[in-house]
Design a protein. Structure first.
Ligand SMILES: Nc1ncnc2c1ncn2[C@@H]1O[C@H](COP(=O)(O)OP(=O)(O)OP(=O)(O)O)[C@@H](O)[C@H]1O
Length: 312
């Protein structure tokens, strides 16, 4: 799957700005970005649900926008909003979707039974969808989105309303779908979810600011990451923020992560000196970056680039 020069304008707003992507098949590909960064707009263009203002997509051997109608039959789509009928039972919802997808009548029953089993909903089969728990609703939505066995599955922030255990279960299902040859595109603003994807694109204000395997992104981060263990995180933060060469400081419990510009030769020394000057005690250590650090650096470089573009 390949996209080139993909752009979407809504009036004056460029929601997606000249994005090139190469997405491998039968893998889970994640889109990470804050609210409004263009994730939904981008994935909707990738699967032919939204016509791009410019650019092209080649997916499952079809071209979008030209062959978007044909493509729609091969995709499954699930959004964060529960879109099934609350006053139909689990089975009725799935049967109904079977007819929408034009699955032959003789096959629907078997498919629905298989889906109930695969998505652990057999016990709830006669329950009204509206009375399911958050995690069960989400599995039902996924069962519905995959009933016609799509080769491409699109999930737009699918796990925003469920607890961590349900999220883990959900991801187990996604991995087994990918193993069965389904390409999965998933948008999220959770770092722990992004970490699970085989590949990841980071978006910021419509631009693609980084892409790669999560562990490569973390390894190749363009900055030094310094961890500070301190009993006065507030004071440490105050003295580090605004220091030349320190891009940002994020608090994770009693630890702080300071992201230091890559041209600073000894980032730990810079942090130590700042703390000493402000009389704040703490242990300082250079650490391996995490995805949140990658995200901070990528979005920061993007704002600097935007400012330069603006000034030019
Ligand atoms: N149909 C539309 N008309 C006008 N503006 C739109 C439309 N759809 C999206 N936008 C705007 O485009 C930008 C990107 O929105 P999009 O929904 O793609 O972001 P997102 O990263 O998916 O955000 P979220 O995490 O909040 O879902 C936003 O500023 C949004 O207001």
């Amino acid at each position: 799957m390949k996209a080139s020069g993909l752009t979407k304008q809504f009036g004056d707003l460029t929601a997606v700005d000249d994005v090139d992507l190469e997405i491998p098949e039968a893998k889970i590909y994640g889109f990470l970005g804050p609210n409004g960064s263009g994730k939904s707009t981008l994935i909707r263009m990738l699967c032919g649900l939204l016509t791009p203002s410019a650019g092209e997509v080649e997916v499952l051997g079809l071209r979008v926008p030209g062959q978007a109608e044909e493509l729609k039959r091969s995709i499954g789509y699930m959004t964060q909003k529960f879109s099934l009928y609350e006053d139909l039972t689990v089975t009725e919802n799935l049967r109904f979707l079977g007819t929408v997808y034009n699955i032959p009548r003789s096959e629907i029953k078997q498919r629905v039974n298989d889906a109930l089993e695969e998505y652990w909903l057999t016990e709830q089969r006669s329950q009204f969808a509206g009375t399911l728990s958050g995690g069960q609703k989400q599995r039902l939505a996924l069962a519905g989105a995959t009933l016609h066995r799509p080769r491409l599955l699109i999930l737009d922030e699918p796990t925003s309303a469920v607890d961590p255990q349900s999220r883990r279960d959900f991801w187990d299902i996604l991995f087994s779908l990918a193993e069965q040859d389904t390409t999965v595109l998933v948008s999220s603003h959770y770092m722990d979810e992004a970490e699970r994807c085989h590949n990841l694109a980071i978006l910021d204000r419509g631009r693609l600011v980084a892409q790669g395997r999560p562990r490569d992104l973390v390894r190749d981060i363009n900055a030094g990451v310094i961890e500070i263990m301190t009993s006065s995180p507030r004071a440490a933060r105050d003295c580090l923020e605004g220091t030349d060469g320190i891009h940002s400081v994020a608090q994770l419990g009693t630890r702080l992560h300071a992201i230091v510009a890559k041209d600073i030769e000894d980032p730990a020394k810079l942090v130590r000196e700042q703390l000493e000057e402000a009389d704040v005690e703490g242990e300082v250590e250079k650490v391996t970056a995490n995805l949140e650090d990658v995200f901070v650096v990528a979005t920061r470089l993007n704002s600097e680039q935007s400012e330069e573009d603006h000034a030019a």
